[in-house]
Every structure is written in structure tokens, then in C-alpha cells.
Write a protein that binds this ligand. Structure first.
Ligand SMILES: *Cc1c(COP(=O)(O)O)cnc(C)c1O
Length: 429
């Protein structure tokens, strides 16, 4: 469920026509629906309520301060993967927000920064990192709480670039060696192994990997406890899938069904790190058609959003539904299935202005005939959209707007040319 719907052939974000926002703020434009964000956070909170989970919104999916603030206001903690994300979470979140810190390459400075700021838990991804955290904690005369991130070695479950729980990926500790690593810090004065962490990959459209992961997790927790570790936290990460093509995502309750029994059995505090599930369907990217052309037997729609604005299609071959913001009378107001034949459409490549043949938002996509100035909505762009945006080709990053009912607020201004050179030192001038 989201709050992007057509009314009389005009796309609305909640109660505001998207075309009006494009006029006011320009394109390319990221638009977020507050009701959709909160709906998805609530869905997880409700599904897992009996476990009283700590839900740590994953900042890396979309770290905008206003979005992070909303999450904090509605009871979420944060999952961060760098010192910079820690800074964002802290700046936007409530003072008592619980922050978990994952990532395979934490520097001593980042570890120190997190400890100074009361990090709830480090998700530890290697033996050397575990000891580095111990050394930093010792130098600060504090005790660091960690969860061992285990790679449970499950069958492939999503795109190879975002599958983090198959054998041989860089993430986590091997399930075969995690107990040896844990044995090395039994009785450590500055590190307590307080939890077990798994983040299986993303997006995941089945509960089965979580069931398998939990099965292995329950056994490991028992082993860790035998070693003398007081394991009180089970962190099952994020990765819950969303609707990209049609209505393919599972409701949070399906994941709860397989995760809650493990929580019960271990008596652990449950931590979750959802990002995409909360913000993915809560955002769209709006662009304007610049030109159309036919070449080599292909039809191209050249519009003003590019791979620097949304790199997911290029990076992960991902599918985003695309449809005109104000479809004309001769086509459907909105297709149910964007991959099937749609009357009144022709396959077209939707590309941006960047000088790369890999710069595309969609290939051979069924779209009606478009003209200069027509607006396009690229759906399900709230997660890993703006978060991965760059200035490649010296393109100014897009503006971001948050819609709440009838109101809309700018939450990130469009960059300017002077922003593009703001950090550079023109030393030969
Ligand atoms: C990216 C990430 C998440 C969030 O994944 P989503 O698919 O956005 O839910 C959670 N935990 C860790 C450790 C991550 O790296």
C-alpha cells in the first residue's frame, strides 16, 4: 500500500498533484509520502509487537535528515554503516535512539566516535575488527557491546550484488569459524559478545531465508552461551522486499511468523534493520521528457533524470515501474502489470543525459508516445535512490520534497553549480 494514486488521470502524492510539485520544485525531483513511510514502519512494529522489537531504520537506504527524524519520532532507532551515517542518525534522531553500527571496514576513528556517542551495538564482521574494537574500548576505559555478524551460508536469494549471506561474500564471520572467533574474547574486559547478527541480503521476497537463518541462529546462540557469552540480542538485519514490479512483496507479518519463534526460543531482545521496506515504496522520482528519437530500430525517451540520480537499473538491473504523471485519454490511467502488453504503448528505452550507454532507467519499456515536457513518474525510488546519487557529469543532485496530506515541504534543495565546486581548492588560480 502506498499513497501515490491517479485521480482523473493525474498522479497524486497523498493529496497533492505531482504535476504541481514538478512545476514548483522542478525536475528531476524526489517526492516522498509521509503517510506511506509511517504505514510501513507501523506494519513492522505491529507484526513484531509481541517481541517488543528494537527497529533500527537503516540510514543507508535514505538518510535525509527529515526522513530520519520522522523515523525517530515514530519510535525507530537506527542502523548505520559508517561514521557519516552515525552522524546523520544522531543529528536527526532522539537523544536516546538506539544505534547499531554494521560494516566490514570500521576505522578506529569511527569505532571511537561510536563509543563516545553511546552506540548500542556493533555488528562485528571479522576477527580483526573484534579485537580492534577491544583495543579502542580499552583505550577509552569502556566496554563495547557487540553482536557477531554471521554469514549463515544460505542459497542465493536475490541479486548477486546485494546477496550478503552466500558463501564467500565479504560480509560477516563464516558460520564455521564464528565460534572460534567468539572463544577468543571470552572474559575480555572491554568487549562483550551480547548478540548475534545476520543481514541476509536485499530485497528478499520470501520468508524462507529468514526461517533458515533463524534455525542456524538459534543453534549458534546456544553454543555462544555455552562458551560463557551472555547473548541477549538477536539482530535479524533488514532486507524485506518491496513492490517494484507489481504487488510481489510479502507483508511484514510473513517475516514475523518465521522470526518470532526464534526470538521466543532464545529469549533474546529482537533487533531489526529495515530500510527499503520502509522508504522504498514511499518515494518516487519525477522527471521531464526532453527529447524522443529513433535509432537502430529502437525508440528512445531522453528525460532529465539519469544514472547519477537513480543508479539501481544500471547497477542491479533493477526494475522500476514508469508511467506518465498525467496519462492521456488514449492509454490506461495506470497499468496493473507494467511488463505485460499495454494497449497504446510501444517499447521504449528510458535514458538520461549522462554520457554512458549504461545510463538508463528502463529498457524496452512499454510506454505511450511521449512529448517534450511530459512528466514521468519512476515508482519505488525511495530507497537507494537519492542515497546513491552522485554528481557524475557535473550534474546537480535533485531536490527532495516530503508530502504530508495537502502540504509539501522541501527537505533537500536542488544543488547549484557552485555547490559542485564548493569542496575544491582552485590552488593554481
Ligand atoms: C543495507 C543494510 C540493511 C538494510 O537493508 P534493507 O534492504 O534496506 O532493509 C540492514 N542491515 C545492514 C547490515 C545493511 O547493510
Amino acid at each position: 500500500m502506498d499513497h501515490f494514486a491517479y485521480r482523473h488521470r493525474s498522479l497524486y502524492c497523498e493529496d497533492v498533484p505531482v504535476a504541481e510539485l514538478a512545476r514548483e520544485y522542478g525536475t528531476p525531483l524526489y517526492l516522498y509520502s509521509e503517510a506511506t513511510l509511517i504505514h510501513h514502519l507501523k506494519q513492522i512494529q505491529t507484526a513484531f509487537a509481541e517481541a517488543k522489537p528494537i527497529i533500527c531504520y537503516s540510514i543507508k537506504a535514505n538518510g535525509n535528515l527529515s526522513i530520519a527524524r520522522l523515523m525517530g519520532q515514530h519510535g525507530a532507532g537506527f542502523d548505520v554503516t559508517s561514521g557519516g551515517e552515525y552522524y546523520r542518525a544522531q543529528k536527526a534522531g532522539p537523544a536516546d535512539a538506539k544505534i547499531v553500527f554494521a560494516g566490514v571496514g570500521k576505522t578506529d576513528a569511527e569505532i571511537r566516535y561510536a563509543l563516545e556517542n553511546g552506540v548500542y551495538l556493533f555488528d562485528v564482521e571479522s576477527e580483526q575488527e573484534l579485537h580492534a574494537i577491544g583495543r579502542v574500548a580499552e583505550s577509552m576505559k569502556v566496554v563495547a557491546k557487540v553482536a557477531l555478524r554471521v554469514n549463515p551460508d544460505l542459497p542465493p536469494k536475490t541479486h548477486v550484488k546485494t546477496d550478503t549471506s552466500v558463501k564467500g561474500v565479504k560480509f560477516g564471520l563464516d558460520i564455521e569459524t564464528v565460534l572460534d572467533v567468539a572463544r577468543g574474547v571470552v572474559g575480555h574486559k572491554h568487549v562483550t559478545v551480547a548478540g548475534l547478527h545476520m543481514h541476509l541480503g536485499s530485497p528478499i521476497l520470501s520468508a524462507e531465508p529468514y526461517r533458515l537463518g533463524c534455525e542456524k541462529g538459534v543453534k549458534l546462540i546456544a553454543e555462544l552461551r555455552k562458551q560463557g557469552h551472555n547473548v541477549t540480542v538477536l539482530n535479524m538485519g533488514g532486507g524485506f522486499g518491496i513492490h517494484y514490479r507489481k504487488q510481489e512483496a510479502l507483508p511484514a507479518s510473513e517475516f514475523a511468523k518465521v522470526i518470532l519463534p526464534a526470538v521466543k526460543e532464545t529469549g533474546c531482545q529482537l533487533v531489526l534493520e529495515p530500510g527499503r521496506f520502509i522508504v522504498g515504496n514511499a518515494g518516487i522520482l519525477v522527471s521531464s521528457v526532453l527529447f524522443t528519437k529513433e535509432t537502430g530500430g529502437k525508440r528512445y525517451v531522453i528525460q532529465d533524470a539519469a544514472m547519477n540520480d537513480l543508479i539501481r537499473p544500471t547497477l542491479y538491473d533493477s526494475f522500476h515501474r514508469i508511467w506518465p504523471v498525467t496519462p492521456k485519454d488514449d492509454v490506461l490511467e495506470k497499468p496493473d502489470d507494467f511488463e505485460a502488453a499495454i494497449p497504446g504503448t510501444l517499447p521504449q528505452d528510458v535514458v538520461g543525459p549522462v554520457c554512458e550507454s549504461g545510463d538508463f532507467l528502463a529498457k524496452a519499456r512499454n510506454l505511450p508516445t511521449l512529448q517534450r515536457g511530459d512528466l514521468l513518474a519512476v515508482f519505488s525510488a525511495g530507497a537507494y535512490g537519492m542515497a546513491m546519487a552522485s554528481n557524475y557529469n557535473a550534474r546537480c543532485r535533485a531536490a527532495e520534497v516530503l508530502v504530508t496530506g495537502h502540504t509539501h515541504r522541501l527537505i533537500r534543495r536542488r544543488e547549484t553549480y557552485s555547490d559542485l565546486v564548493a569542496c575544491e581548492v582552485d590552488c593554481l588560480k
